[in-house]
Design a protein around this ligand. Structure first.
Ligand SMILES: NC(=O)c1ccc[n+]([C@@H]2O[C@H](COP(=O)([O-])OP(=O)(O)OC[C@H]3O[C@@H](n4cnc5c(N)ncnc54)[C@H](OP(=O)(O)O)[C@@H]3O)[C@@H](O)[C@H]2O)c1
Length: 170
């Protein structure tokens, strides 16, 4: 399982339950990495998507204790009510086919089980109120790859891959 996100230079990932930057190149990277795969998210991240709708061309699993299963069925996503059910759902899938896509609480919960984190680093301070753990000082994680800088909508971004050689078993 992998996590995927973009963050600012302080590892900030969001503000007011939304994203801080509009990044078309990063969005294209996200779409290409996750299309045809399963994406796992917390309820706030689902609600932050347009219309509270799941992502197209992907199987969407949402951890949402007390979430409305009927609405989930209508809109085409799966609700799991507990972390144990989430783990069971993910265990049944090939690890390379699963991406954790946020938000902060979901990332924190699933990070120890991830073998990789794909981080798009934005060289700016977005004034975040929500943060990802700083993987440069998180035990067990190392930066394995970093791209050349790319200009995306006026921001300098770099595509990074962090690796955890000993992810926990789900
Ligand atoms: N930069 C990026 O790439 C990126 C990507 C995604 C999201 N974000 C940002 O992240 C922010 C949202 O983060 P967030 O932490 O508020 O939202 P979140 O993780 O999407 O959702 C949190 C909610 O999900 C459920 N949940 C998550 N983990 C759980 C656990 N271990 N056990 C039980 N329930 C759990 C709970 O739902 P209930 O409260 O319903 O019980 C919890 O309140 C927004 O600003 C968003 O834009 C950024």
């Amino acid at each position: 399982m992998k996590a995927i996100l973009h963050c600012d230079k302080k590892w900030g990932i969001g503000k007011n339950n939304g994203l801080m930057f509009r990044l078309p190149a990063d969005m294209a990277f996200f779409r290409s990495a996750t299309s045809g795969k399963t994406v796992v998210m917390g309820s706030n991240t689902l609600l932050s998507l347009p219309g509270g709708r799941p992502l197209k061309n992907r199987s969407n699993i949402v951890l949402w204790p007390g979430g409305d299963e009927k609405r989930a069925e209508e809109l085409g996503y799966t609700i799991v009510q507990t972390l144990d059910s989430l783990k069971a759902a993910v265990r049944a899938l090939p690890p390379d086919e699963v991406f954790v896509i946020g938000g902060a609480m979901m990332y924190r919960t699933m990070l120890p089980y991830c073998s990789q984190v794909l981080v798009t680093k934005v060289d700016a301070d977005g004034g975040a109120d929500t943060f990802f753990p700083d993987l440069d000082s998180e035990a067990g994680w190392r930066l394995a790859e970093i791209s050349e800088p790319v200009c995306d909508n006026g921001f300098t971004i770099r595509f990074c891959t962090y690796v955890n050689d000993s992810p926990l078993a789900l």
